[in-house]
Design a protein around this ligand. Structure first.
Ligand SMILES: Nc1ncnc2c1ncn2[C@@H]1O[C@H](COP(=O)(O)OP(=O)(O)OP(=O)(O)O)[C@@H](O)[C@H]1O
Length: 309
Protein backbone atom coordinates (compact mmCIF):
# COMPACT_ATOMS: atom_id res chain seq x y z
CA UNK A 1 0.00 0.00 0.00
CA UNK A 2 2.77 2.46 0.98
CA UNK A 3 6.19 2.22 -0.58
CA UNK A 4 9.01 4.62 0.04
CA UNK A 5 12.11 4.51 -2.17
CA UNK A 6 15.41 6.24 -1.40
CA UNK A 7 13.55 9.08 0.28
CA UNK A 8 15.78 11.98 1.32
CA UNK A 9 15.03 15.39 2.79
CA UNK A 10 17.86 17.84 3.29
CA UNK A 11 17.51 21.05 5.30
CA UNK A 12 20.08 23.82 5.06
CA UNK A 13 20.76 24.98 8.59
CA UNK A 14 23.06 27.55 10.22
CA UNK A 15 22.97 31.32 10.54
CA UNK A 16 25.99 32.42 8.53
CA UNK A 17 27.41 29.40 6.77
CA UNK A 18 24.58 27.05 5.80
CA UNK A 19 25.27 23.37 6.23
CA UNK A 20 23.18 20.47 4.93
CA UNK A 21 21.27 18.42 7.50
CA UNK A 22 19.92 15.09 6.23
CA UNK A 23 16.70 14.92 8.28
CA UNK A 24 15.71 11.83 6.26
CA UNK A 25 18.55 10.03 4.56
CA UNK A 26 17.96 7.56 1.74
CA UNK A 27 15.09 5.69 3.41
CA UNK A 28 13.43 2.70 1.72
CA UNK A 29 10.60 0.54 3.13
CA UNK A 30 7.02 -0.61 2.50
CA UNK A 31 3.84 -0.99 4.57
CA UNK A 32 1.39 -3.74 3.64
CA UNK A 33 -2.39 -3.09 3.60
CA UNK A 34 -3.91 -3.52 7.07
CA UNK A 35 -0.49 -3.60 8.70
CA UNK A 36 0.99 -1.36 11.41
CA UNK A 37 4.59 -0.35 10.87
CA UNK A 38 6.03 1.12 14.07
CA UNK A 39 8.66 3.81 13.61
CA UNK A 40 10.84 4.31 16.65
CA UNK A 41 13.82 6.53 17.40
CA UNK A 42 15.00 9.31 19.66
CA UNK A 43 13.93 12.93 19.40
CA UNK A 44 15.25 14.63 16.26
CA UNK A 45 16.06 11.43 14.35
CA UNK A 46 13.67 12.38 11.53
CA UNK A 47 10.43 10.51 12.31
CA UNK A 48 8.06 13.45 11.81
CA UNK A 49 9.88 14.63 8.69
CA UNK A 50 9.50 11.13 7.24
CA UNK A 51 5.77 11.15 8.08
CA UNK A 52 5.27 14.55 6.46
CA UNK A 53 7.12 13.40 3.34
CA UNK A 54 4.90 10.32 3.04
CA UNK A 55 1.74 12.43 3.35
CA UNK A 56 3.00 14.87 0.72
CA UNK A 57 2.95 17.75 3.24
CA UNK A 58 6.55 18.60 2.34
CA UNK A 59 8.40 17.70 -0.87
CA UNK A 60 11.38 15.33 -0.78
CA UNK A 61 14.86 16.44 -1.86
CA UNK A 62 14.99 13.13 -3.74
CA UNK A 63 13.28 9.76 -3.75
CA UNK A 64 9.74 8.52 -4.26
CA UNK A 65 6.59 7.75 -2.26
CA UNK A 66 4.02 5.33 -3.68
CA UNK A 67 0.44 5.02 -2.39
CA UNK A 68 -1.29 2.00 -3.96
CA UNK A 69 1.34 2.12 -6.75
CA UNK A 70 0.60 5.79 -7.48
CA UNK A 71 3.77 7.89 -7.33
CA UNK A 72 2.80 10.81 -5.07
CA UNK A 73 5.94 12.72 -5.96
CA UNK A 74 4.94 12.80 -9.64
CA UNK A 75 1.27 13.88 -9.48
CA UNK A 76 -0.32 17.33 -9.48
CA UNK A 77 -2.09 19.19 -6.64
CA UNK A 78 -5.57 18.06 -7.78
CA UNK A 79 -4.72 14.39 -7.61
CA UNK A 80 -2.93 14.93 -4.30
CA UNK A 81 -6.13 16.47 -2.87
CA UNK A 82 -8.15 13.40 -3.83
CA UNK A 83 -5.56 11.10 -2.26
CA UNK A 84 -5.36 13.21 0.93
CA UNK A 85 -8.81 11.99 1.94
CA UNK A 86 -7.41 8.49 2.12
CA UNK A 87 -4.37 9.50 4.18
CA UNK A 88 -4.87 11.09 7.57
CA UNK A 89 -2.59 12.07 10.44
CA UNK A 90 -3.07 12.16 14.20
CA UNK A 91 -0.62 14.39 16.07
CA UNK A 92 0.87 14.35 19.53
CA UNK A 93 -1.05 17.49 20.61
CA UNK A 94 -4.76 16.90 19.89
CA UNK A 95 -5.68 20.44 21.00
CA UNK A 96 -3.60 21.94 18.17
CA UNK A 97 -5.50 19.87 15.60
CA UNK A 98 -8.89 21.35 16.60
CA UNK A 99 -10.21 24.87 16.23
CA UNK A 100 -10.59 26.17 19.82
CA UNK A 101 -13.58 28.30 18.80
CA UNK A 102 -15.56 25.42 17.29
CA UNK A 103 -17.82 23.12 19.26
CA UNK A 104 -16.93 19.42 18.97
CA UNK A 105 -19.97 18.89 16.70
CA UNK A 106 -18.58 21.35 14.17
CA UNK A 107 -15.03 20.00 14.52
CA UNK A 108 -16.39 16.63 13.40
CA UNK A 109 -18.80 17.93 10.78
CA UNK A 110 -16.26 20.29 9.15
CA UNK A 111 -14.37 17.73 7.00
CA UNK A 112 -17.70 16.20 5.89
CA UNK A 113 -18.95 19.62 4.82
CA UNK A 114 -15.67 20.58 3.12
CA UNK A 115 -15.69 17.39 1.07
CA UNK A 116 -19.41 17.89 0.30
CA UNK A 117 -20.37 14.60 1.90
CA UNK A 118 -23.11 16.30 3.95
CA UNK A 119 -24.93 19.65 3.90
CA UNK A 120 -24.61 21.90 6.95
CA UNK A 121 -27.62 21.53 9.25
CA UNK A 122 -28.93 18.39 7.54
CA UNK A 123 -30.25 15.32 9.33
CA UNK A 124 -27.57 13.25 7.61
CA UNK A 125 -24.89 15.48 9.12
CA UNK A 126 -26.30 14.87 12.62
CA UNK A 127 -26.44 11.13 12.02
CA UNK A 128 -22.88 10.93 10.66
CA UNK A 129 -21.48 12.94 13.59
CA UNK A 130 -23.45 10.82 16.09
CA UNK A 131 -22.01 7.64 14.53
CA UNK A 132 -18.49 9.05 14.81
CA UNK A 133 -18.72 9.98 18.50
CA UNK A 134 -20.18 6.60 19.31
CA UNK A 135 -17.40 4.87 17.39
CA UNK A 136 -14.70 6.51 19.49
CA UNK A 137 -16.50 6.00 22.80
CA UNK A 138 -17.66 9.56 23.48
CA UNK A 139 -21.23 10.60 24.26
CA UNK A 140 -23.55 13.03 22.45
CA UNK A 141 -23.23 15.30 25.46
CA UNK A 142 -19.62 16.04 24.44
CA UNK A 143 -20.73 17.46 21.09
CA UNK A 144 -21.83 20.77 22.60
CA UNK A 145 -18.53 21.40 24.31
CA UNK A 146 -15.50 23.34 23.14
CA UNK A 147 -12.09 21.59 22.88
CA UNK A 148 -10.80 23.18 26.11
CA UNK A 149 -13.72 21.56 27.96
CA UNK A 150 -12.44 18.02 27.18
CA UNK A 151 -9.59 16.00 28.66
CA UNK A 152 -6.50 15.08 26.61
CA UNK A 153 -7.74 11.52 26.07
CA UNK A 154 -11.20 12.72 25.01
CA UNK A 155 -9.62 15.23 22.63
CA UNK A 156 -7.48 12.53 21.05
CA UNK A 157 -10.70 10.51 20.52
CA UNK A 158 -12.24 13.52 18.76
CA UNK A 159 -9.15 13.84 16.55
CA UNK A 160 -9.38 10.15 15.68
CA UNK A 161 -13.12 10.49 14.89
CA UNK A 162 -12.36 13.47 12.66
CA UNK A 163 -9.66 11.50 10.86
CA UNK A 164 -12.03 8.55 10.39
CA UNK A 165 -14.86 10.73 9.06
CA UNK A 166 -13.43 10.66 5.54
CA UNK A 167 -12.97 6.87 5.48
CA UNK A 168 -9.18 6.87 5.13
CA UNK A 169 -7.24 3.70 4.42
CA UNK A 170 -3.92 4.94 5.83
CA UNK A 171 -3.33 6.80 9.09
CA UNK A 172 -0.08 8.20 10.43
CA UNK A 173 -0.22 8.30 14.22
CA UNK A 174 2.63 10.61 15.25
CA UNK A 175 3.24 10.07 19.00
CA UNK A 176 -0.56 9.97 19.53
CA UNK A 177 -0.41 9.12 23.23
CA UNK A 178 2.83 10.60 24.48
CA UNK A 179 1.07 13.59 26.10
CA UNK A 180 -1.50 11.40 27.89
CA UNK A 181 -1.52 9.75 31.32
CA UNK A 182 -0.42 6.12 31.24
CA UNK A 183 -3.96 4.81 31.98
CA UNK A 184 -5.50 6.96 29.24
CA UNK A 185 -2.70 6.00 26.84
CA UNK A 186 -3.83 2.38 26.98
CA UNK A 187 -7.45 3.31 26.21
CA UNK A 188 -6.47 5.37 23.16
CA UNK A 189 -4.09 2.66 21.91
CA UNK A 190 -6.84 0.05 22.28
CA UNK A 191 -9.22 2.31 20.39
CA UNK A 192 -6.69 2.69 17.57
CA UNK A 193 -6.42 -1.10 17.37
CA UNK A 194 -10.21 -1.50 17.51
CA UNK A 195 -10.90 0.85 14.59
CA UNK A 196 -8.03 -0.67 12.63
CA UNK A 197 -9.76 -4.05 12.88
CA UNK A 198 -13.12 -2.54 11.87
CA UNK A 199 -11.89 -0.75 8.77
CA UNK A 200 -8.73 -2.67 7.86
CA UNK A 201 -6.68 0.49 8.31
CA UNK A 202 -2.98 0.70 7.59
CA UNK A 203 -0.94 2.55 10.22
CA UNK A 204 2.44 4.18 10.44
CA UNK A 205 2.73 4.38 14.21
CA UNK A 206 5.44 6.76 15.39
CA UNK A 207 6.83 6.84 18.90
CA UNK A 208 10.07 7.18 20.83
CA UNK A 209 8.73 4.47 23.17
CA UNK A 210 9.79 1.08 21.86
CA UNK A 211 7.51 -0.80 24.26
CA UNK A 212 4.41 0.97 22.96
CA UNK A 213 5.62 0.46 19.39
CA UNK A 214 6.12 -3.24 20.09
CA UNK A 215 2.55 -3.56 21.43
CA UNK A 216 1.02 -1.75 18.49
CA UNK A 217 3.02 -2.93 15.48
CA UNK A 218 3.34 -5.88 13.14
CA UNK A 219 6.78 -4.68 12.10
CA UNK A 220 9.18 -2.17 13.60
CA UNK A 221 11.55 0.22 11.82
CA UNK A 222 14.26 1.80 13.96
CA UNK A 223 15.45 5.23 12.86
CA UNK A 224 18.71 6.89 13.80
CA UNK A 225 20.28 10.02 12.35
CA UNK A 226 17.76 10.12 9.48
CA UNK A 227 18.36 6.49 8.47
CA UNK A 228 16.49 3.26 9.08
CA UNK A 229 19.10 1.16 10.87
CA UNK A 230 16.94 -1.91 11.52
CA UNK A 231 13.57 -3.15 10.29
CA UNK A 232 11.76 -6.42 10.82
CA UNK A 233 8.88 -8.30 12.48
CA UNK A 234 7.96 -6.59 15.79
CA UNK A 235 8.80 -9.57 18.01
CA UNK A 236 12.03 -10.24 16.19
CA UNK A 237 13.29 -6.63 16.49
CA UNK A 238 12.12 -6.29 20.11
CA UNK A 239 13.30 -9.65 21.43
CA UNK A 240 16.34 -10.07 19.23
CA UNK A 241 17.57 -6.57 18.34
CA UNK A 242 20.59 -6.74 16.07
CA UNK A 243 21.68 -3.16 15.65
CA UNK A 244 23.58 -1.74 18.65
CA UNK A 245 21.34 1.33 18.61
CA UNK A 246 18.18 -0.80 18.89
CA UNK A 247 19.82 -2.73 21.71
CA UNK A 248 20.56 0.51 23.54
CA UNK A 249 17.04 1.79 22.98
CA UNK A 250 15.52 -1.35 24.48
CA UNK A 251 18.00 -1.45 27.33
CA UNK A 252 17.33 2.21 28.12
CA UNK A 253 13.62 1.47 28.45
CA UNK A 254 14.00 -1.64 30.55
CA UNK A 255 16.59 0.02 32.83
CA UNK A 256 14.53 2.98 33.84
CA UNK A 257 11.18 1.20 34.11
CA UNK A 258 7.82 2.00 32.63
CA UNK A 259 6.79 4.49 35.32
CA UNK A 260 8.83 7.40 33.99
CA UNK A 261 8.57 6.73 30.27
CA UNK A 262 7.70 10.33 29.45
CA UNK A 263 9.38 12.75 29.60
CA UNK A 264 12.18 11.12 31.65
CA UNK A 265 12.97 8.60 28.95
CA UNK A 266 13.50 11.20 26.33
CA UNK A 267 15.95 13.05 28.56
CA UNK A 268 17.65 9.79 29.45
CA UNK A 269 18.19 8.76 25.85
CA UNK A 270 19.47 12.22 24.98
CA UNK A 271 21.95 12.05 27.85
CA UNK A 272 22.91 8.52 26.93
CA UNK A 273 23.75 9.59 23.40
CA UNK A 274 25.32 12.86 24.46
CA UNK A 275 22.46 14.64 22.66
CA UNK A 276 24.07 14.00 19.30
CA UNK A 277 22.53 12.73 16.08
CA UNK A 278 25.62 11.17 14.63
CA UNK A 279 27.71 8.24 15.52
CA UNK A 280 31.16 9.70 16.32
CA UNK A 281 30.15 11.28 19.64
CA UNK A 282 27.98 8.33 20.66
CA UNK A 283 29.45 6.46 23.65
CA UNK A 284 28.88 3.28 21.69
CA UNK A 285 30.67 4.59 18.62
CA UNK A 286 33.02 1.62 18.59
CA UNK A 287 30.08 -0.70 18.13
CA UNK A 288 28.08 1.28 15.63
CA UNK A 289 29.36 1.56 12.10
CA UNK A 290 29.91 5.18 11.17
CA UNK A 291 28.67 4.78 7.64
CA UNK A 292 26.02 2.09 7.72
CA UNK A 293 25.76 0.27 4.41
CA UNK A 294 22.49 -0.64 2.76
CA UNK A 295 20.15 -2.63 5.00
CA UNK A 296 21.16 -6.27 4.94
CA UNK A 297 18.60 -9.06 5.47
CA UNK A 298 19.87 -11.27 8.30
CA UNK A 299 16.66 -13.20 9.12
CA UNK A 300 13.36 -13.53 7.20
CA UNK A 301 12.09 -9.96 6.77
CA UNK A 302 14.55 -8.67 9.38
CA UNK A 303 17.17 -6.29 8.01
CA UNK A 304 19.87 -4.36 9.76
CA UNK A 305 22.45 -1.74 8.88
CA UNK A 306 25.62 -2.55 10.71
CA UNK A 307 29.07 -3.54 9.53
CA UNK A 308 29.62 -5.65 12.64
CA UNK A 309 26.95 -8.16 11.71
N1 LIG B 1 11.95 23.02 8.75
C1 LIG B 1 13.11 22.60 9.21
N2 LIG B 1 14.25 23.31 8.99
C2 LIG B 1 15.45 22.88 9.43
N3 LIG B 1 15.63 21.75 10.14
C3 LIG B 1 14.54 21.00 10.39
C4 LIG B 1 13.23 21.39 9.96
N4 LIG B 1 12.34 20.43 10.38
C5 LIG B 1 13.06 19.52 11.05
N5 LIG B 1 14.37 19.84 11.07
C6 LIG B 1 15.47 19.09 11.67
O1 LIG B 1 15.43 17.76 11.12
C7 LIG B 1 15.74 16.80 12.12
C8 LIG B 1 14.59 15.80 12.21
O2 LIG B 1 13.44 16.46 12.77
P1 LIG B 1 12.08 15.67 13.06
O3 LIG B 1 11.08 16.67 13.57
O4 LIG B 1 11.70 14.91 11.85
O5 LIG B 1 12.52 14.67 14.23
P2 LIG B 1 11.65 13.69 15.13
O6 LIG B 1 12.34 12.39 15.17
O7 LIG B 1 10.23 13.70 14.67
O8 LIG B 1 11.75 14.42 16.55
P3 LIG B 1 10.65 14.48 17.76
O9 LIG B 1 10.48 13.07 18.25
O10 LIG B 1 11.31 15.39 18.76
O11 LIG B 1 9.39 15.06 17.19
C9 LIG B 1 15.99 17.57 13.40
O12 LIG B 1 17.37 17.74 13.56
C10 LIG B 1 15.30 18.90 13.18
O13 LIG B 1 15.93 19.93 13.91
Amino acid sequence: MIRVENLTRTYWVGTFKKKPLQAVDNVTFFIRPGETLGLVGESGCGKSTLARLILGLIPPTSGKVFFDDLDLTAIGPREILAIRKKMQIIFQHPESALNPRMRIFDCLAEPLRLHRIVIKGSLEEKERVAELVELVGLSKEHLNRFPHELSGGQLQRVVLARALSLHPSFIVADEPTSMLDVSVQAQVLNLLKHVQGLYNLTYLFISHDIEVVHCMSNRIAVMYGGKIVEIGPADSVYKNPLHPYTQLLIRAFSDIGASILEPGTRRFIKTFFGGCRFYPSCPQAGNICKNPPELKEVAPGHSVACLQI
